[in-house]
Design a protein around this ligand. Structure first.
Ligand code: AR6
Length: 171
């Protein structure tokens, strides 16, 4: 029993899970990084559904179908742009993980894959982002202990993997 919280090194667009999380921007209409990869792999129908959502605020999350992805749902969240850390960025990042898991739970997703939100183009330092991610995921799991089977933190490179593995080893 219990929820497995684990790291996974790889490409989130390949993951056959109930829901993947996208590190989007407030337009929800696509971009670079993991967002670009998800839109390319899901296909053009994704942007049509995204247009109907009217964008998304930083720290919030909205759900679409997965289209051509192996994942059933995509949870689009908007991480904070790093501006030195004193402008609410840690709280906003925590809010992304929390809101994404709440939307996933509402969609009935029991297996969820999440990338290292904000740590690419948005510049959030990895060693600060990883503990926030892990702590927030643990809080949601404690709040909803039967909602999920597995939550995977998907790392695209070794540096991210090391940071998230280190964070998972903390109590
Ligand atoms: N699978 C898993 N992780 C990935 C993949 C992938 N296919 N591709 C990149 N990453 P970023 P952000 C990792 O820049 O910092 C977009 O233009 C990447 O190595 O994708 O939240 C949006 O539209 C990094 O660790 O997202 C926004 O404008 C992590 O995903 C902006 O970028 C996040 O990097 C969002 O920036």
């Amino acid at each position: 029993m219990g929820v497995a919280i684990q790291t996974h090194r790889g490409d989130i667009t390949k993951m056959a899970v109930d829901a993947i999380v996208n590190a989007a921007n407030s337009s929800l209409l696509g971009g670079g990084g993991v967002d670009g990869a998800i839109h390319r792999a899901a296909g053009k129908d994704l942007v049509h559904e995204c247009r109907l959502l009217g964008g998304c605020k930083t720290g919030e999350a909205k759900v679409t179908k997965g289209y051509n992805l192996p994942a059933k749902h995509i949870i689009h969240t908007v991480g904070p742009v790093w501006r030195g850390g004193g402008n609410g960025e840690p709280e906003q990042l925590a809010s992304c993980y929390r809101a994404s898991l709440h939307r996933a739970r509402e969609a009935g997703a029991r297996t969820v894959a999440i990338p290292a939100i904000s740590t690419g183009i948005y510049g959030f330092p990895l060693e600060r982002a990883a503990p926030i991610a892990v702590e927030t995921i643990r809080e949601v799991v404690a709040e909803f202990p039967t909602a999920f089977d597995r939550i995977s933190l998907v790392c695209f490179n070794d540096v991210s993997l090391q940071a998230f593995d280190a964070a998972l080893q903390e109590d």
